[in-house]
Design a protein around this ligand. Structure first.
Ligand code: ADP
Length: 307
């Protein structure tokens, strides 16, 4: 069993329209609605990889009911903490030229008694070996919230994969998470410096180890990944794919990493799987979508070499 944490889940509504003009009624016949939030995207990919998943976070209102139904369809165990306000809705609008507009609600503020109930449920991480915590924190939670959860997981021997940014990452890394997966922008903010060469990026991953991470998977979009731990560093190169939308590739990669860790696949196999998941997602319009067969094919073409 793998646990995923989505503290600020969402309903993602995607509208495909001709064009967006002010003071005009825009008819939309083509749209889709999905449960979203980074941890839920990870959950979807883990289910495609045939992992058992339990999901924690905060949900409420009719949007929360929608998320619950989606989890049921996936067959994931729903351990979300109920709140009496509405889970947020995020709206993406794309016109025929490919221009995209994103309207992201901040989501409900979490109250002290809800945090307490969440922490009680969090004891159930005992039922899993690996814990994935993804995304930003909702209002009402302190920057060190992930740090507190990592400490609890470490005490129970549960391996934590942390995929967040800004202050929650700066705080969380101090508690020795098993793995972090920044992209270059997140690394830049964490270390407060720019990177000009691949060697610089490699040094950046080594600096993350000094800050406390046990393993660092720095994702580089279509250029693959640099991975470091205390024993070695690896460069991962992905083969070219026909890109439709890379949104959610990072979450798909995190799912592959968590699966590999949970199933003790070994570093090379885990890195190949994770990058294949990211690349597969990039070939599809959906967020947190992979094709299992395509992932198996892509895995064979991914180069993992020690640096
Ligand atoms: P994030 O969404 O967190 O910024 P990335 O864009 O770095 O994450 O993507 C995560 C992984 O997905 C990459 O390490 C790579 O393996 C894969 N990936 C992303 N974009 C592409 C692409 N255009 N072609 C092939 N693989 C990709």
């Amino acid at each position: 069993m793998i646990t995923t944490v989505t503290l600020n889940p969402a309903i993602d509504r995607m509208y495909y329209i001709d064009s967006l003009e002010s003071n005009d009624v825009v008819r939309c016949n083509n749209y889709n609605i999905n449960a979203g939030g980074k941890g839920l995207n990870v959950t979807k990919v883990l289910v495609k990889l045939q992992a058992e998943v339990q999901c924690f976070g905060f949900i409420g209102g009719s949007a929360g009911n929608f998320v619950t139904k989606e989890l049921e369809k996936l067959g994931a165990v729903n351990k979300f903490t109920k709140i009496d306000r509405e889970t947020r809705t995020c709206l993406s609008i794309m016109d025929t030229t490919g221009k995209q507009f994103e309207l992201v609600e901040s989501g409900p503020q979490i109250k002290a008694d809800e945090i307490e109930r969440f922490i009680l449920t969090f004891n159930d991480i005992n039922e899993s070996k690996t814990l994935v915590m993804s995304g930003s924190l909702p209002k009402g939670l302190e920057d060190n919230f992930y740090r507190t959860l990592i400490s609890k997981a470490n005490q129970k021997g549960v391996k934590v994969v942390l995929d967040t940014s800004g202050n929650p990452l700066k705080e969380g890394i101090k508690e020795n998470p098993f793995l972090i997966k920044p992209n270059i922008e997140e690394l830049r903010k964490l270390l407060n410096r720019d990177f000009n060469t691949e060697d610089d990026l490699l040094k950046g991953t080594l600096d993350c180890l000094k800050l406390g991470a046990q393993n660092v998977a720095l994702s580089l979009g279509g250029d693959g990944m640099i991975f470091s731990n205390q024993d070695a560093s690896y460069r991962v190169k992905v083969s070219k794919v026909k890109v439709v939308s890379p949104v959610g590739s990072g979450d798909s990669t995190v799912a592959g990493l968590a699966y590999g860790i949970n199933n003790e696949l070994g570093i090379r196999e885990t890195l190949a799987l994770a990058n294949a998941c990211g690349a597969s997602n990039a070939t599809m319009a959906g967020i947190g979508q992979i094709n299992f067969k395509q992932v198996q094919d892509l895995k064979e073409k991914i180069e993992v070499s020690k640096v």
